[in-house]
Ligand binder design. Structure first.
Ligand code: PMT
Length: 406
């Protein structure tokens, strides 16, 4: 699991669209992550999915009618938004979007939104023509001007048989935006560049030199930076990781590709984190044809790749840019870490202890030792996503961030 909603309280407003069935899955996912989900349904929504379905999945009462809710002594429209971390309206129909834009307050969902002083996230879902109508466009602009976050729908084949924009996005994407809305924005205004994964150095059309990096650690840093308010670019070697929502993803293969992309992009970044496991060497020559085994031995000449991090250490602007390196070490963690911290001109190094099979390459957990000019800090052995948050916590609490752009 790459996110955690544990203990978060989320009002999910469901309106009358066939896409309501998808949101049942979202409610289930939130409840599994131990979020408290208060589902509020419009009358039209109950025609598509029964309140019983949402109630069974959330394990909590489902709210339909403003008056019955108050009569039964359950939470009121004011209380719903006061106690929640955010309101997520999904699917949001053209009708609901119009009612919210005009500030109507004639049912529980609209009164809850009007009374809210918490983030409101809208996921429109409707027929492509309705979505493209100027009235819908105008109403969505009004909602954005209120400060609501509108997650644009996706394109594809719709339930009505037409093709185009209007489909509800996948939960994985929406979850990242919800987390960003409800997280402390302590990286707000920061432009973060993260590198992740291995590089591949080809010897012929089918073979390459590489390493065991899965990209999990670097992707976790990119995801958490986005959630904490940063604008994030991720330069990634080949991995099977899902592209993180909201993050600019640049895919590379070799160390030379990574070098080129990093050098083209680092200058306007305020934080650079090099979590990638870059091959130190590449094949001096690459065969156009598959190398045959018509010989008893094969000697391959390797040549050194540029040390991207070391170059950045010399080039970056110390007043504007924070530089964080990673290292994978199996012994003398502190000594080796310090050598790289000083040798590569870094502000902070995160050293992976790879002597244990439960951290470092490929696995979901990590145990990191942070070393900087203030000293050494051993982090908990925990998930890579939590580790990433602990690294950002360290950067924030030690006031290592450079001033954000105006
Ligand atoms: O991807 P995962 O499976 O989640 O595993 C995570 C990880 C173990 C790959 C990652 O957390 C990590 O430790 N990355 C650095 C691995 C490493 O071996 O680094 P190094 O000691 O070779 O290099 C030190 C630093 O210099 C790194 O920041 C590296 O990105 C950088 N470097 C290295 C060589 C090179 N030619 N250019 C570089 O920029």
């Amino acid at each position: 699991m790459t996110h955690s909603f544990a203990g978060k309280r989320i009002v999910v407003g469901v309106t009358g669209s066939i896409a309501a069935f998808k949101v049942a899955g979202w409610v289930s996912a939130l409840a599994k992550e131990e979020a408290l989900v208060d589902v509020v349904m419009t009358v039209a929504a109950t025609k598509f999915v029964s309140p019983l379905t949402f109630g069974s999945l959330s394990g909590r009462p489902v709210y339909e009618d403003m008056f019955s809710a108050e009569q039964e002594g359950t939470i009121s429209h004011i209380g719903l938004s006061r106690e929640a971390d955010c309101i997520l309206i999904a699917p949001a129909t053209a009708h609901t979007i119009a009612r919210l834009a005009y500030g109507l307050a004639d049912d529980l969902l609209s009164t809850t939104v009007l009374a809210a002083r918490i983030p409101v996230i809208i996921c429109p879902a409707m027929n492509v023509q309705m979505y493209g109508h100027p009235a819908t466009a105008r109403n969505m602009k009004i909602l954005k001007d209120f400060g609501y976050l509108v997650i644009e729908p996706e394109s594809g084949l719709m339930a009505c048989g037409e093709e185009g924009s209007g489909r509800l996005p996948e939960w994985e994407k929406v979850a990242e935006y919800v987390l960003r809305e409800i997280s402390a924005k302590d990286l707000d205004g920061q432009r973060v560049l993260v590198t992740a994964g291995p590089t591949r150095e080809p010897s012929d059309p089918v073979r390459f030199l590489s390493n065991r990096s899965s990209g999990k650690m670097g992707y976790a840093l990119a995801r958490t930076a986005f959630r904490r308010g940063a604008e994030v670019t991720l330069i990634s070697g080949p991995t099977t990781q899902q592209p993180p929502a909201g993050v600019e993803l640049i895919k590379v293969t070799t160390a030379m590709d990574m070098h080129q992309e990093v050098m083209a992009r680092y200058q306007d970044k305020s934080v650079i984190v090099k979590a990638a496991a870059v091959s130190d060497f590449r094949c001096a020559t690459q065969s156009d044809q598959k190398i045959k085994k018509d010989r008893s031995s094969l000697v391959m000449e390797l040549e050194q790749n540029p040390d991207i991090l070391k170059e950045l250490g010399a080039l970056r602007d110390h007043d504007r840019q924070l530089l964080i390196g990673f290292a994978a070490e199996s012994s003398n963690i502190e000594e080796e870490g310090r050598k790289k911290l000083l040798g590569k001109g870094l502000d902070l190094i995160a050293v992976n202890d790879i002597s244990s099979s439960t951290c470092g390459f490929e696995v979901d957990n990590n145990q990191i030792t942070l070393i900087d000019s203030s000293g050494v800090k051993k982090l908990l052995h925990t998930s890579k996503i939590k580790t990433a948050d602990l690294i950002w916590d360290h950067v924030v609490t030690n006031k290592m961030l450079k001033p954000a752009r105006p």
